[in-house]
Design a protein around this ligand. Structure first.
Ligand code: RIB
Length: 308
């Protein structure tokens, strides 16, 4: 069972010719309102990939709340521990340019009220895989991580958006998934002398805190660095991206679903890499998340993993 503790948003997606500079206004022809939020995206990605998923987070009592949870509900994600609070549902303003590059600003709203106490102890046993990100109050994240570790759950942290992760919490998780910027920031916040490359930073972090660090590298795939110094280079599918919003969430949700199903690290990384790539083929975070059948149909096209 996968338990996602994190954010739910509504995304306002605007296609533009180019992203605005500071102080600049750019025009786009229209917009799309879709469900988003890193937590909700990862919960939906894992659910579409075939896992049983519970989503814990907070939404408002405003009309956007229904938009935020519609896809999760349709996919059968358990929403019984969602909080309804007076703050408005989280909202993300997302611009995507013609090359598929994006710029995102999030108004956290209701996500700021998400609390670890919403999660009953009964959901944190050894059969649980807890998935967290960094869009809810971080103190609540770390308190839940400590409880989950004590109760025997496995823990996956996606340190996005980048920020400081407590050293104690890092020592209690099983997998850390980060992109190239986030790995440098997590290592930097620990006071480590951060090497230039994402690979080196991940290797150092894995050894220093004793956790498997997985760095996503966009079109270059991903790299996994284990605490014993070994590692795996994960290739990416060759695709023409339309919009990369939600690709990282698809990677995380796919990885979690594969681990939850009992696959080993190498197979789970392959699954995640294909899931991440397929999420770049449509506009919007949740509309683009692939199903288990879609991921499995593309897996044979992924080149083999290599030792790092
Ligand atoms: O990772 C993409 C997500 O980041 C978007 O759905 C947006 O809501 C922000 O949380």
């Amino acid at each position: 069972m996968i338990l996602v503790f994190g954010s739910l948003n509504v995304d306002v997606m605007i296609g533009v010719d180019r992203l605005p500079q500071p102080g600049e206004t750019v025009l786009g022809p229209g917009y799309q309102l879709t469900a988003g939020g890193k937590g909700a995206n990862q919960a939906l990605a894992a659910s579409r990939a075939g896992a049983w998923v519970t989503m814990v987070g907070s939404i408002g009592t405003d009309p956007l709340a229904e938009t935020a949870i519609a896809d999760l509900r349709e996919s059968g994600v358990d929403l019984s521990h969602l909080g309804r609070v007076v703050e408005p549902t989280g909202l993300a303003a997302i611009c995507v340019d013609k090359a598929g590059e994006n710029q995102i600003v999030v108004a956290s709203g209701a996500n700021r009220r998400t609390a670890a106490r919403q999660v009953p102890d009964a959901l944190l046993g050894p059969e649980a895989l807890l998935v967290l990100q960094m869009e809810v109050p971080l103190a609540e994240n770390w308190s839940l991580v400590a409880r989950a570790r004590a109760k025997g759950a496995r823990i996956l942290l996606n340190a996005a958006p980048a920020g400081a992760v407590e050293r104690k919490a890092l020592g209690e998780i099983d997998w850390l998934i980060v992109n190239e910027t986030e790995v440098q920031q997590v290592a930097g916040h620990l006071g480590l002398k951060v090497p230039g490359s994402a690979h080196d930073a991940a290797r150092l972090l894995a050894r220093e805190v004793g956790v498997t660090v997985i760095v996503t590298l966009g079109a270059a795939g991903a790299a996994a660095c284990l605490p014993d110094g070994s590692g795996l280079a994960v290739p990416a599918l060759a695709i023409k991206p339309v919009d990369t919003v939600g690709a990282g969430d698809s990677f995380v949700g796919g990885f979690a679903a594969a681990i939850d199903r009992g696959l080993g690290l190498a197979e789970a990384l392959r699954y995640a890499s294909v899931g991440g790539a397929l999420a770049c083929l449509k506009t919007g975070a949740q509309p683009s998340l692939p199903t288990r059948a879609e991921i499995e149909a593309s897996l044979p096209q992924l080149p083999a993993l290599k030792a790092l």
